[in-house]
Write a protein that binds this ligand. Structure first.
Ligand SMILES: Cc1ncc(C[n+]2csc(CCOP(=O)(O)OP(=O)(O)O)c2C)c(N)n1
Ligand SMILES: [Mg+2]
Length: 367
């Protein structure tokens, strides 16, 4: 497969603290030789397109929240390379198990933006449509999705399928007990599951320095007996190459891996957050200089692949998808409150029935 090195994924006894980087922040190729940047020109341009469209759609989501169409949204600005690179190298039948900030991965997988909008609008089917594209609905209870991912990977293993499951999680999630159980189970049973930690430096207002005393999040892999690897999460080609290697390894039956993509959340944690209360503008500026999109644009230009034609194709797609999102979300009907109770089990339990009656009575009083 293009972009995959022939070398095994690191060593089980050590983790390189230097993240894998294929494109320097100035847009020139690095001296990295274990991984290849060799992808077809069409793929290289598509990665750019996906990153730009993800950023534009992300801005549209924030606008929709500000206009009262969505209660909440979790911006992914700054993390486009980490998400696009990781999702782009997978097969359509590989399962994506997201946390909640993975717009770039949904986009690459072909999930219509309106379906992501429905999920943030809180309609009953919000997220259910994702499963048609082998992507689980978003998961807000931090870390729980990693257990689902290991379960899905074990199911594929038992069914003799050759699909790989990728669990997306954040730096903060790695402090959760659930994640320990998921990593341990995955390693003991050699499940085809890749744990992809987007270390965006913050878990709401808690810095990553408070999440672990280990040298890095990737180092935790050593204790579980799986390879751990750090990658520059603002370098789309490095994220692509490292995930491609981990997925190929898992597909071949060699078990899970833990990837730490070192990146930064440029925006707020959610649309309800004010990050100026806990981090400095100087820190944000330092990461803005490492913005994955201009870096990759410079790289493409250096390769002779960037053109006005590409820029206008990307702009047209972005415009189309933003309009698609707005059309799906603006003035969409509210859901029927009964669905909260009727859609959980095939048959409602007595407890759910009682809760429904209680809510109905409260709503009637409020009217
Ligand atoms: C089990 C649980 N505990 C606490 C929360 C509140 N909470 C929501 S997001 C978040 C931070 C998660 O940080 P991280 O895993 O780094 O992901 P990021 O938001 O940075 O992408 C917390 C603590 C939650 N949703 N679930
Ligand atoms: Mg985080």
């Amino acid at each position: 497969m293009a972009g995959v090195s022939r070398m095994p994924l690191g060593s089980l006894a050590s983790v390189d603290i230097e993240p894998v980087q294929l494109v320097d922040p100035d847009g020139t190729p690095t001296a990295e030789h274990r991984y290849s940047r060799d992808l077809p020109a069409e793929t290289l341009c598509w990665l750019y397109e996906m990153m730009v469209v993800a950023r534009d759609l992300d801005a549209e989501f924030v606008n929709l929240q500000r206009q009262g169409e969505l209660a909440l949204y979790t911006p992914c600005q700054g993390q486009e390379a980490a998400q696009v690179g990781a999702a782009a190298c997978l097969r359509k039948t590989d399962w994506l198990i997201p946390q909640y900030r993975e717009l770039g991965a949904y986009l690459v997988r072909g999930i219509p933006p309106g379906h992501v909008g429905a999920a943030w609008r809180g309609t009953w089917c919000g997220g259910l449509e994702f499963t048609k594209k082998c992507c689980a609905p978003m998961s807000v209870p931090i870390g729980t999705q990693t257990l689902h991912a290991v379960g899905a990977a074990m199911a594929a293993q038992r069914l003799g399928e050759d699909s790989v499951t990728v669990a997306f999680l954040g730096d903060g999630a790695t402090s959760e007990g659930d994640v320990h159980e998921a990593l341990n189970f995955a390693a003991v049973f050699a499940t085809p599951c890749v744990f992809y930690v987007q270390n965006n430096q913050w878990a709401i207002s808690m810095p990553v320095s408070r999440q672990t005393a280990a040298p890095s999040i990737a180092h935790k892999a050593i204790g579980y007996g799986m390879p751990g690897i750090r990658v520059d999460g603002n370098d789309v080609l490095a994220c692509y190459a490292v995930m491609a290697e981990a997925a190929a390894r898992a597909r071949a039956g060699a078990g899970p891996a833990l990837i730490e993509a070192v990146t930064y959340r440029l925006g707020p944690h959610t649309t309800a957050d004010d990050p100026t209360r806990y981090r400095s503008q100087e820190e944000v500026d330092r990461w803005l200089a490492l913005d994955p999109i201009p870096r990759y644009r410079t790289y493409l230009r250096g390769q002779g692949l960037f053109s006005e034609r590409l820029e206008s194709r990307v702009a047209a797609r972005s415009k189309r998808m933003r309009a698609e999102l707005r059309d799906a979300v603006v003035d969409a009907p509210d859901f029927d409150i009964d669905d909260v109770f009727t859609m959980v089990y095939a048959e409602m339990t007595p407890g759910l029935r009682a809760q429904r009656e209680q809510l109905r009575a409260e709503l009637a009083r409020a009217d």
